[in-house]
Design a protein around this ligand. Structure first.
Ligand code: HPA
Ligand code: ZN
Length: 326
């Protein structure tokens, strides 16, 4: 229908994408063979069948296991390049991607191997596909504050290549307050800051992300809607939410796509955006996510355009570059 054509041709930015979550089963197999890594699956179909999750932790266990095939600079290049080609097909003009260095350094892969491969693909994407980028380093929140500080130290020589920090992995039991000092240091170093908050965790975690981490946007943020005063504040402050509809569905954050908070957020005056999170695990790239909510929530053309515009105004691009996309 018309709506799908609009979604296909709308220029958009993707603000919530874990590059390791774009590892398709076919590439998982190819890299396992190339690197001589054993994986407990016999076929790509078998892998896809294993992608059935009842919560965030279920997914994370498989997500960290999938990373085991990523060893060399070229692996990180190939992973990132495949995502960028896919993003290009969806008319994505700007990406702000997350990577999880601790998922690799704890396996003995050097921080620089990861950064070099991802960045080389991003630079090629800018030159050959016209997709601009920002790179956001996430801290794994199930690990300690000390380990996050050590990761920030590893990033220190490369701060001209990393634009921001984020916070991901198991949310409940690992509140933003655990990383208050690490984020203060990251801000002092001139990095942008964002954090996953209110995906499974309570509204209190969203308050902490704002007040203690001083995040510039909220990744997911679904459960902020349970707190009216918080919503009022987020409307007033114009905070961008990076919502991930198919992720929410596949991780049972919502029961049905009709329960996605995207439309309610827009109606409340919140700056919602639509993103894929971990597309190879959740069954869709960015336009699949737009189509799912457009149909499930019966979004108007104006609302679809608003989501795409919010993706640029909520980005870390300077205002003049944001404006060039509107
Ligand atoms: N939530 C938390 N951690 C993650 C996610 C997510 O959706 N994807 C990859 N790491
Ligand atoms: Zn995420």
């Amino acid at each position: 229908p018309d709506r799908d054509a609009l979604i296909a041709r709308l220029p958009k930015a993707e603000l919530h994408l874990h590059i390791e979550g774009s590892l398709e089963p076919e590439m998982l197999f190819a890299l396992a063979a190339r690197n001589g890594v054993e994986i407990p699956f016999a076929s790509a179909e078998e892998v896809r069948a294993a992608y059935s999750f009842s919560n965030l932790q279920d997914f994370l266990d498989i997500y960290y296991q999938g990373m085991s095939v990523l060893l060399h600079e070229q692996d990180f290049y190939d992973l990132t390049w495949a995502y960028l080609e896919r993003a290009k097909a969806d008319n994505v003009r700007h990406v702000e991607i997350f990577f999880d260095p601790q998922g690799h350094t704890e396996r003995g892969v050097a921080f620089e191997t990861v950064l070099d491969g991802i960045e080389r693909a991003l630079k090629d994407g800018e030159a050959r596909l016209g997709i601009t980028y920002r790179l956001i380093m996430c801290f794994l929140r199930h690990l300690s504050e000390e380990e996050a500080f050590a990761t920030l130290e590893q990033a220190r020589p490369h701060l001209d290549r990393i634009h921001g920090v984020g916070l991901d992995s198991s949310e409940v039991g690992h509140p933003p307050s655990k990383f208050e000092r690490v984020f203060a240091k990251a801000r002092e170093l001139g990095l942008h800051v964002t954090a996953h908050a209110g995906e499974e965790g309570p509204p209190e975690y969203v308050h902490e992300a704002l007040d203690l981490l001083k995040v510039e946007r909220l990744d997911h943020g679904n459960r902020a809607l349970e707190d009216d005063a918080l919503v009022e504040r987020l409307v007033r402050e114009g905070t961008t939410f990076t919502v991930c509809p198919l992720s929410n569905l596949r991780l049972c954050v919502i029961d049905r796509i009709e329960d996605s908070p995207v439309k309610r957020m827009l109606e409340l005056g919140l700056k919602a955006t639509v993103n894929a999170d971990d597309p190879s695990y959740f069954g869709g790239y960015i336009n699949d996510n737009y189509r799912a909510v457009a149909e499930g929530l019966d979004l108007s053309a104006e609302q679809i355009v608003e989501l795409a515009e919010n993706s640029f105004t909520g980005s870390f691009l300077p205002p003049d570059e944001q404006a060039a996309h509107l």
